[in-house]
Design a protein around this ligand. Sequence first.
Ligand code: ADP
Ligand code: MG
Length: 394
Amino acid sequence: MATNKELLLIPESLADVMTQADKAGYMMNAVRGALLAPENRKSAPHFNTTELAALCDADRSQIVYRSSKNDLPAGTINPGGNRRTFTLDEALPWVREFRAKKLRPEGAQAVCISVANFKGGVGKTTTTMTLAQGLALKGHKVLVLDCDPQGSLTTLFGILPDTEVEEEQTILPVCLGQESSIAPAIQETYWPGLDLVCAAPLLFAAEFGLPARQMREEHFEFWNVLNHALDDVRDRYDVIIIDTPPALSYVTINALMASDGILMPLPPNALDAASAAQFWRLFSDLAGQLVEQRGVTKSFDFVRVLLTRVDGQDSTTSTIRDWITKTYEGKVLPAEIPKTTVASSSSAEFGTVYDVAKYEGSQKTYKRAKDAYERVAELMEDIIRASWRRQLAV
Ligand code: ADP
Ligand code: MG
């Protein structure tokens, strides 16, 4: 028997690698195309009167009473005539009316938050999207910037990075100096009150473009490009959230330098905690160079750590949680995102818990996940409002 036939390796040329890349690309497009077929295109949620009241931080009776004034969208009554539903578009004027005191005060600008961590898979993109959706549901006008060339955030909006994203819809023209404002790159999304700047693999070019400009252009500040580009729209939005790539790249540095605050998602396990420590070390080394060599000054209104993908079953979780709480004293948000199948269920593959209209699994699991994300949005809203107050006080 020829059982011990020797393994024969067939060399793979660069051309073979390219063919492989094409094949993988076709496959991904087919998979995504099927998942995002026209009938599966994303749509924003609808709300009944009780849900609308919850969004408004009000009682159902207050909504019913206010309806008699007839100055806010009436929604649609079902054929039976006993139930009313509101699209998100119809709900937002209500939310903004009832929550007026919590919205951006006159004279304040958008608070810009970078969601950052060195490591992939810690929940940056999920955090960006759920926070953006959560804040938009509270009546804030939100802009999200996908700055990761992998374009996961873009995908969550139902847009395919490889085939549906043009350079002009990304931050690349700004990085290459072809545009000075981010405004032309912004697009509306399926979610009212939530605008997007896309990312796609073509954004990798920024990692060469920015240092090249630094060599070529006098007075160029490679770390300030996004910061200046955002200035044009800071009075058009209440919150700007930037999803960053899992590296301290030129683009990540730009995101951090453009931000008023940093939110770091961090799963409580040893490896992730270690790479978070490296992130702060590298960022501080870089900041040190900018301060010393170039006299850059920068301060953040807030830095927060969000415990994500928390596995209650894992015996090491509580030890590492304690360790993180000590290390990042005063910076850990008093809420945590459980490790949950809701976030990775097939129906939510291209969405988040806010996109799941009807969860097939246990309602208890769903509610636990949704409550956690809502709590984070609440806590972040408090921080954002404090940041607005600081702006107005200066
Ligand atoms: P990053 O942007 O840091 O790479 P993602 O937000 O893309 O991280 O999350 C990585 C993977 O983990 C995704 O497949 C996502 O669906 C999944 N995920 C995110 N949050 C959770 C959670 N709380 N529980 C379980 N899986 C999660
Ligand atoms: Mg990501």
